[in-house]
Design a protein around this ligand. Structure first.
Ligand code: NAP
Length: 477
């Protein structure tokens, strides 16, 4: 399958380097091929987005929404086929991949439905005959930079609000997952998006930083690792450009002594191992009340050891490979380092001798919080556990991180659950469910080093993709 860049309404092969998108379960298998956009093409893409901006902003919201609904129909209709492609290019299981494609359609529909909701506010004025209106306008050209791990859902949760609120877009997807980006862009074009409103450019860091630094891009929305995100924030700060970044996590699940241990163990494993641990909200730290730690860890390790690892297209497979050889090297090195620092492997840990970028689901009993594993996001199927002698200590340990994306707490005590809401420094908190999982109609994003700027999803996205004008509307004299 050949994929193309989209610049000013024209599908272009790309003037940059050639690339091949390969299947992480069978690295010799090419899933898609293409060429990166050259610097000149990135420039032209931004120019096309600028040119299209006034027309798209002036298009009635309901007409913009109709494009999103049409695209959602196309995405839904192709969920089976594109889900298989997603599994082949990224490595998550077919069931998760199909669910992600359907999720993307749902996100587009949510943002289409924004056309039917209030689009501003009216305040009273102390002056006779006057009202104060707060109206919202698009910000202009949005630069969108997306990561590999949700190849269609994350782009949809940026493109949906960007387009519904009347912005035009230059989008650089992760170079690891070009095919699903192509599918989504094609669906939007087929649904009637006018030329230049969406521009898709393939490329790596250079293309990303060209978009971030370009004066023709009015705002930047980035999702990816914390290091790159912080560089994007710094550059936008220099340029005085609005920026939103969603970055890495080191998410904790806290299992308290009164929890249903069977349920908690199951949920911890879902949080740690689904999508091969490659979710920003995946569970990587496990904090267990000392009284139940041995039993809980035994259950988690037993479940991890039973997980069926293999080709994500096989229906019985529960965990696929990591996305790339570099990811496998990073995760394996992180596990070796943890073991070297005194962590005891309860499941996994040894490399899997098979073709593809596979690592085993791994459970580590950590010697304490001083190890590198506690601080560093590995972004793989590895969970490290420590024990806590009180709820207070458990919550303190959960907060002992520079990250603050998500957390899960398992307890039957409502008072304790409410104090978790009060105490835990995260943007997303699950009580009695795994740390991962989001609904498109509520805000999503992290605290501390995990997120910067307005949150994504739901109506929260409007804060980033629009600017307000406060109008003092007086009666004529
Ligand atoms: P990444 O390496 O930071 O890449 C993210 C995107 O940024 C890719 O499109 C990448 O391009 C591009 N990029 C790389 N260097 C850049 C630069 N200097 N300037 C501008 N763009 C640049 O992240 P990833 O490995 O794809 O994704 C995994 C990370 O994302 C994890 O840390 C995970 O926690 C985080 N994540 C966070 C959330 C959230 O909502 N908080 C959601 C999903 C993932 P290329 O890769 O093509 O070079």
């Amino acid at each position: 399958m050949d994929v193309l860049n989209l610049i000013g309404g024209r599908w272009a092969e790309g003037e940059g380097e050639e690339f091949a998108d390969t299947n992480p379960a069978r690295p010799a298998e090419v899933v898609a091929r293409g060429r990166f956009a050259s610097a000149g093409e990135v420039e032209r893409a931004i120019g096309a987005a600028r040119e299209a901006a006034p027309g798209w902003a002036a298009t009635p919201h309901h007409a913009r929404a109709a494009v999103l609904t049409g695209a959602a129909d196309l995405v839904d209709a192709s969920a089976g086929e594109w889900g298989a492609e997603l599994a082949r290019e990224e490595g998550k299981t077919l069931a998760e991949a199909v669910a992600e494609v359907r999720g993307a359609a749902r996100i587009l529909r949510y943002y289409a439905s924004e056309a039917d909701r209030e689009s501003g506010e009216v305040f009273a004025s102390p002056r006779p005959g006057e009202n104060v209106l707060v109206v919202r306008k698009p910000i202009g050209v949005a630069g969108l930079i997306t990561p590999f791990n949700f190849p269609i859902a994350i782009p949809a949760w940026k493109l949906g609000p960007a387009l519904t609120y009347g912005n035009t877009v230059v989008w650089k997807p992760s170079s690891l997952v070009p095919l699903l980006a192509y599918r989504l862009a094609k669906a939007l074009v087929e649904a009637g998006l006018p030329d230049g409103v969406l521009n898709l450019v393939y490329g790596e860091a250079e293309a990303g930083s060209a978009i971030v630094g370009h004066p023709g891009v009015d705002a930047v929305s980035f999702t990816g690792s914390t290091d790159v995100g912080r560089a994007v924030i710094a550059r936008c700060g220099e340029l005085g450009k609005p920026v939103q970044t969603e970055m890495g996590g080191k998410n904790a699940s806290v299992v308290l002594a009164d929890a249903d241990l069977g349920h908690a163990a199951e949920q911890v494993c879902l949080g740690a191992f689904r999508s091969t641990g490659q979710k920003c909200t995946a569970t990587s730290r496990l904090i267990v009340a000392s009284q139940v730690a041995d039993e809980l860890l035994e259950r988690v390790a037993e479940r991890a050891a039973r997980l069926v690892v293999g080709d994500p297209l096989s229906p019985e497979v529960e965990m696929g490979p990591l996305v790339s050889s570099a990811a496998r090297e990073r995760v394996s090195a992180g596990v070796r380092l943890a073991v070297g620092e005194g962590a005891k492997p309860l499941a996994g840990a040894s490399p899997l001798e098979r073709e593809g970028w596979f690592v085993p689901p791994t459970v580590l009993d950590l010697p304490g919080t001083g190890v590198d594993f506690w601080r560093t996001e590995l972004f793989g199927p590895v969970v490290g556990a420590v024990r806590a002698s009180s709820t207070e200590e458990a919550f303190g340990l959960a907060n002992l991180s520079d990250h603050g994306l998500s957390a899960a707490v398992f307890t039957r005590d409502l008072g304790v659950a409410l104090s978790a809401v009060e105490r835990l420094e995260v943007g997303v908190l699950h009580v009695n469910s795994e740390s991962a999982g989001t609904f498109p109609y509520v805000p999503f994003g992290g605290a501390k080093q995990s997120g910067f700027g307005p949150k994504e999803q739901g109506r929260a996205a409007r804060e980033f993709y629009t600017r307000t004008v406060t109008v003092y509307l007086g009666a004529p004299a």
